[in-house]
Design a protein around this ligand. Sequence first.
Ligand code: TXA
Ligand code: MG
Length: 331
Amino acid sequence: MNTQVLPVSEESIKLAATLITQGEIVAFPTETVYGLGADALNPIAVEKIFIAKNRPADNPLIVHISDLSQLSLITSGIPAHASTLIKTFWPGPISLVLPKHPNLPQITTAGHNTVVVRFPAHPVAQALIQAANTPIAAPSANTSGRVSPTKAQHVLDDLNGKIPLILDDGHIEYGLESTVVDCTSNIPTVLRPGSITLEMLKEIIPQTYDAKETDSTRSPGMKYRHYAPEAPIMLFVGEPVITSKAIQDYLMDIETNTVSIIWHTGDFDVQPKNFKLPTRAREAAPLLFETLRKADAPSVARIIVQGYSTNDVGAAIMNRLQKAAHEIIKV
Ligand code: TXA
Ligand code: MG
């Protein structure tokens, strides 16, 4: 299959919507990462997502809407906490676990009786869903287990020849996948941290808590290794001045031209393959996935990453890095 990459325009969105209604799959921009979309109500179309991504069949998809009226097609009832979060944060980078409508195909939710729903703020995502006139199931548009795409080129790198169309809208605003919050129990639970942080959620619903990484039963995707480049990642965790010193010490003992370093504090400019990120987590987040892809050059045997503190969006960054890491060094 030939994969077309088209800049966003009225015509290209129309073409993408036509493909979706015909049961095809299309990559499109959202404010978090690029998604790979199919008509959520068409099981044959949804199956194509699993095949193109090589996604395990037991990992359910997020269903995207562009209008609250579409909730009645895919959910059966909105819990009170969910209504509060919807009023506060939608449209935006947050997805809610809700009770599933019986008509939503089993394959979309991987057999679960819940469905994760998101109302993206990105105008192209909204226009596509509106034009297709159906909720769109869309995981991140990368090969399963690899780094999520923040540019059309990243989608092409992973899925060239496997999908008919990529809508190219340049770099993505947030660059980390949406926060996932389970609203099906009495206390809202963060299953995946994101740009809408636990602190922000607690301001609205103080009882909200963070499911620990180990609680893999709540979010099926958590048990898989994720966000991983080819080269193994060595993640240094601790206070920035201390991790910076620890990385410097580590470099003294190894062949430094075979490693990439992703860092934010210290002085690694002498290192041939060094990728400096902003010190502030919120500014670093949009660049993280692209930097992981760049650092993963063929000659690189190891990627050394300086961790962030887990305040604010740092929690989401560290969640992704910990899942990607082969080795975590706490200093
Ligand atoms: O920002 C995003 O959320 C992007 C864009 C495209 O919207 N999408 C995305 O989808 O990141 P994906 O498939 O890469 O991640 C969805 C996560 C997975 O960890 C999955 O296991 C979890 O949501 N999930 C999906 N359905 C679930 C359910 N019914 N219960 C619990 N977790 C669920
Ligand atoms: Mg993903």
